[in-house]
Design a protein around this ligand. Structure first.
Ligand SMILES: [Zn+2]
Length: 268
């Protein structure tokens, strides 16, 4: 389950047809997911990636997919379920903290479903980790001993739709900014945004990208969020485990050892 319809119906191959021929039931939108009542099943809910959680009508789409997958898998047959909360990474690349936190919330709700499943089925092990961090995120930046979560909660859009809304509001952009972020701007931020909104009337992609980066810098400054890169970073990541065999996932682990430990608990 996920997005990516366009990668299944390609000019060289129609994988969707091949899946159906192989006996898979198929749903093409999240609202039809409940129609997937038996395995094997395939759900492709967007042409490319799913929408970001922030600003979406389906902010809990990952947790819905997790919950439904667990229902489909519940039973006597052993299974391996891979869940990727992948857009945390996309928001990290963008240095968009409100975007990242909305994705984290969807993951948080997903973990609730998984925890309930593991408690009901104690013969299950759940392992969570990351393949890397993204953006060099700092909570409490610029020498401030604070991270303003209330402000982050008040942000209603990710950078791209926010930039489009500011441009569409023209000279009234500051009200749109207030309505969507609640953040008080510094004078230099106001001037920079004002000039970019003005230039943005010419429908220039470059200006829109600059506007997105400028508004994200204001959000990071106001919330005391720090970033060091738009790429991936190399610090250690956490590994969490619950259920059976958790002792195999303790301490400092080489990433490839996580795979071998998972293989060691799969039924032969
Ligand atoms: Zn990435």
């Amino acid at each position: 389950m996920g997005g990516g319809q366009q990668y299944f119906t390609r000019s060289d191959r129609n994988l969707l047809k091949e899946f159906k021929k192989a006996g898979y039931t198929y749903a093409d939108s999240l609202s039809k997911m409940e129609r997937l009542r038996k395995l094997p099943a395939l759900g492709l809910f967007a042409k490319d990636g799913l929408e970001h959680a922030l600003g979406s009508k389906e902010p809990l789409r990952l947790s819905k997919m997790v919950n439904h997958s667990l229902k489909l898998l519940e039973g006597d047959a052993p299974f391996f379920l891979l869940v990727e909360a992948s857009q945390i990474d996309w928001c990290g690349h963008a240095n968009d903290i409100a975007c990242a936190m909305a994705e984290m919330h969807d993951l948080h709700v997903s973990l609730g479903h998984i925890k309930a499943f593991v408690e009901k089925h104690p013969n299950t092990v759940f392992v969570m980790t990351a393949d890397h961090s993204t953006g060099g995120l700092t909570l409490g930046a610029n020498n401030e001993y604070i991270w303003r979560t209330t402000l982050i909660h008040g942000i209603k859009k990710t950078a791209a739709p926010l930039a489009r809304a500011l441009i569409a509001a023209k000279t009234g952009w500051e009200k749109t900014w207030q309505d969507n972020t609640g953040i008080a701007l510094l004078n230099e931020e106001r001037n920079a945004l004002n000039s970019l909104v003005e230039k943005g009337q010419k429908n220039d992609d470059g200006v829109r990208t600059e506007l997105e980066q400028t508004l994200l810098k204001a959000i990071s400054r106001a919330t005391a969020t720090g970033w060091t890169t738009h790429g991936h970073t190399g610090e250690d990541v956490l590994v969490f485990a619950t259920g059976k065999y958790t002792e195999r996932f303790k301490g400092n682990l080489n990433n490839i050892d996580i795979a071998s430990q998972l293989f060691s608990v799969l039924p032969q």
